[in-house]
Design a protein around this ligand. Structure first.
Ligand code: MG
Length: 384
């Protein structure tokens, strides 16, 4: 089988999410947003798909890298094609990003699954058919009744537990929120949530990402007393030494790195340096499903868990294929938004959760996204 075309369709859809001046999403009035669908076609009719923000797979990326590497190749040779794309990264002056790499590789996995009529998580390893979710909140805001006070977080946490979640991760306040960053407010929110949900719900904190060592230590010690499960990305991840220092000074599990570049290579260095207790990787951040699995297997080899960053079909496929991950990150969630409602370009959500907090892995062949091709055709803005 040979890949015969690599195309991107950009289309519009309605959203109630707005990004603030630092890029964090919050609820807002309905606006039109853009999404892109990468489509791989083959000479035998097999197809693979992956969604991405249009700027990640803009026309230059598709013509300069994707088509050069993929056209005429066997789509089942995922590892070789991934390495060929990685080779192009070195001379691309940072144009070919890990995120773009992940989108191309994701479409190859989707194509493989559709062609052999199996869900991708089964092809990757097939460890389980369901996984507990943790509710991952949006960042704090200054919306009345939203996530603007510790009491707001506590009330929302009670709703999340009633919905079935057995674990909750707080993203607290970050600039441009007027009083952020504030270690004291972060701790207040964490204490209010612990008070509201009791001792049996697992809690985690993902706070402001550029705290000093002193602020991170202050927060971490409070989280230990509150019985939190992990402490995520309080500091700049480029400083591995700071994380090694923090992990040494805290009993609570320090998790990372999430946003650091370097794919599985940089994560191996973190293990060697003792810079985290739990490893972290997401498909988009490390350049694909393949490298994300490599991180998880690396962690397993060192007796560590690897918690997968982010929601969505490719991350769900990875958590379904590995043993050393306790939860699926479901979110981002906010009291004003309905996560259970699929975006207009999907017929159903990929990660339905039952009343006991289990997310069931998709059974559709490929990555399991129930794509509404009719909607996309009717709302297409461009096709390259
Ligand atoms: Mg995070």
């Amino acid at each position: 089988m040979k890949i015969t075309s690599v195309d991107v369709t950009v289309f519009s859809y309605a959203t109630h999410r707005v990004a603030d001046s630092a890029g964090h999403s919050h609820p807002g009035a309905e606006t039109q947003a853009k999404m892109a669908l990468l489509t791989l076609d083959t000479d035998q009719g097999a197809q693979g798909y992956a969604f991405a923000p249009p700027e990640v797979i803009r026309p230059y990326i598709v013509s300069a890298y994707f088509r050069k590497v993929l056209l005429g190749q066997d789509p089942f040779d995922r590892e070789r094609l991934w390495h060929d794309l990685v080779h192009w990264q070195r001379g691309s002056a940072n144009q070919l990003t890990d995120r773009a790499l992940a989108v191309a590789e994701q479409a190859l996995w989707d194509l493989f699954g559709r062609q052999v009529n199996q869900p991708v998580y089964k092809l990757l390893g097939g460890f389980r058919d369901r996984i507990p979710a943790y509710a991952s909140t949006m960042c704090g805001d200054e919306l009345t009744g939203g996530l603007s006070t510790p009491e707001d977080y506590a009330q929302f946490a009670e709703r999340l537990v009633a919905r079935g979640y057995r674990a909750i991760k707080l993203h607290t306040w970050m600039p441009p929120v007027s009083f952020a960053p504030s270690p004291v407010m972060d701790v207040r929110a964490c204490a209010a949530v612990r008070e509201a949900v009791g001792p049996d719900i697992a809690l985690m904190l993902d706070g402001y990402h550029w705290y000093s060592r002193s602020d991170a230590l202050f927060i971490g010690r409070k989280l230990q007393k509150l019985g939190f499960t992990w402490f995520e990305e309080p500091m700049e991840e480029q400083s591995m030494a700071s994380y090694a220092w923090l992990a040494q000074n805290l009993d609570i599990d320090v998790i990372g790195p999430e946003s650091l570049s370097g794919k599985h290579h940089s994560r191996a260095d973190w293990v060697k340096a003792g810079a985290c207790d739990i490893l972290r990787a997401g498909v988009a951040g490390v350049g694909g499903i393949g490298p994300c699995l490599k991180v998880a297997h690396l962690a397993e080899s060192f007796g560590m868990d690897c918690e997968i960053h982010g929601n969505g079909a490719p991350n769900l496929a990875v958590v379904g294929a590995i043993r050393n991950c306790r939860w699926y990150e479901r979110g981002l969630l906010h009291p004003f938004l309905d996560y259970e409602q699929p975006p207009a370009y999907l017929k159903s959500i990929v990660d339905p959760m039952d009343e006991q907090g289990w997310v069931h892995l998709p059974t559709l062949p490929g990555l399991g996204e129930d794509i509404d091709f009719g909607y996309i055709a009717a709302h297409t803005l461009s096709r390259e």
